[in-house]
Design a protein. Structure first.
Length: 141
């Protein structure tokens, strides 16, 4: 039997990014794109963290993430700090400008979630997300 889960997840990811970018434009946010918004969302909820942890939380590869963080720093959205516990790593923190987008990012995230789960019952969503957590865990091992 042939399974298409990976392909479907990839398609969902592309459509999600496209939809997030559309919703950000509707909210008149042009300072960052959907992927950068994901980074802001993670840092808003988790606080400052090393680049490696941002990569785990967002699923972005370190090479893509590093260049994206450089652009975000130039745009005045994040600050890079020395990690006091590990001099080899850098801590990424939101600055006040990026924090001001918290509400719009949450609004966009909620709209996308509603679109995702339209027509599904709560139990279906719970099972689906539990299955995705297992897949994610498998891929991180």
């Amino acid at each position: 039997m042939h399974y298409n889960g990976g392909y479907l997840i990839g398609q969902i990811n592309k459509l999600t990014n496209r939809r997030i970018n559309e919703l950000l434009k509707e909210e008149n946010v042009r300072e960052f794109n959907g992927a950068q918004g994901t980074i802001i969302f993670v840092l808003t909820n988790e606080g400052p963290m090393p680049i490696k942890d941002i990569g785990k939380a967002t699923g972005l590869a370190k090479t893509s993430l590093t260049s994206m963080l450089d652009r975000m720093e130039k745009q005045g959205l994040i600050e890079k700090r020395e990690n006091e516990n590990d001099k080899r790593s850098t801590i990424i923190a939101l600055n006040e400008r990026a924090k001001s987008y918290k509400e719009v990012i949450e609004k966009v995230s909620q709209r996308v979630s509603k679109e995702y789960y339209k027509g599904l019952r709560a139990k279906e969503v719970e099972r689906f997300e539990a299955t995705l957590q297992k897949v994610l865990k498998n891929l991180n091992e």
